[in-house]
Design a protein around this ligand. Structure first.
Ligand SMILES: [Ca+2]
Length: 238
């Protein structure tokens, strides 16, 4: 690098600093559910599925061992764990209907930091063999309390059910946060179908402190001054 003026030196330091930052790895939004219980758990892919011959498995309230990472709850008689090809999944091959024959719930507990904001995302559809159908559900986690969401399908063929996506932010109130999905329609035997549940810390980039930035600039400048000195010495030797 041939640096002749102080302006060129400053430009080079700035370029070095930009290069250092542009090469900093972006922090990938990590699904805390998968990180806690295993990859695929947020999408209901792990556990002890037994097909009842109709491509679903009934799981009653209180069961916390069948679907890895999740505990089934009331107020109804439980949920249906669905599998392809009878029921299209959004991710993997499994999805989950929040009603067996009456509205019920499922929950998981993840580690969180009090006061931090998290982004919850999930996909919903509806299971119905009678064509266009819309139902409701509620989701709670930390500061998010009984947030309503809708789930809909337009096809009577459950193997082709289509998913819609939802995103909600919540603030953690505790070191452990319980995330609960509950079916919302008491008059329907078909609960919302959910899949691809993800919770991620809502701060994707860790920004270096100003003192660190100054340090990087000084280090960058130091390297360049050393380079100039070496070049000068080499020229004088020649
Ligand atoms: Ca899935």
């Amino acid at each position: 690098m041939n640096i002749k003026t102080f302006t060129q030196l400053l430009t080079a330091i700035a370029a070095t600093t930009v290069t250092l930052f542009s090469h900093s790895p972006n922090v990938v939004a990590m699904n805390i559910i998968d990180d806690t219980y295993g990859v695929g758990v947020g999408s209901f892919e792990l556990g002890n599925f037994v097909n009842n011959g109709q491509d679903f498995m009934f799981v009653p309230p209180g069961d916390n061992t069948t679907i890895t990472g999740w505990t089934v709850g009331g107020p109804g008689n439980g949920i249906n764990w669905l599998i392809e090809n009878g029921f299209n999944a959004d991710t993997g091959i499994y999805s989950l209907d929040l009603s067996h024959t009456s509205r019920s719930s499922i929950s998981t507990t993840i580690p969180t930091t009090i006061g931090e904001t998290y982004q919850l995302s999930f996909a919903t559809s509806a299971s119905s063999r009678f064509g266009s159908f819309t139902t409701q559900g509620f989701v709670s986690a930390g500061s998010l309390i009984n947030q309503e969401f809708t789930a809909t399908t337009v096809t009577p063929n459950t193997s082709n059910q289509v998913y819609n996506f939802h995103n909600f932010d919540f603030i953690a109130n505790d070191a452990l946060t319980t995330l609960t999905f509950t079916a919302g329609n008491p008059s329907s035997v078909y609960g919302p179908v959910i899949d691809s549940v993800s919770v991620a810390l809502n701060s994707p980039l860790s920004v270096p402190e100003s003192s660190n930035i100054l340090g990087l600039i000084l280090v960058g400048g130091g390297f360049l001054f050393t380079g100039i000195k070496c070049k000068k010495n080499k020229e004088e030797e020649n």
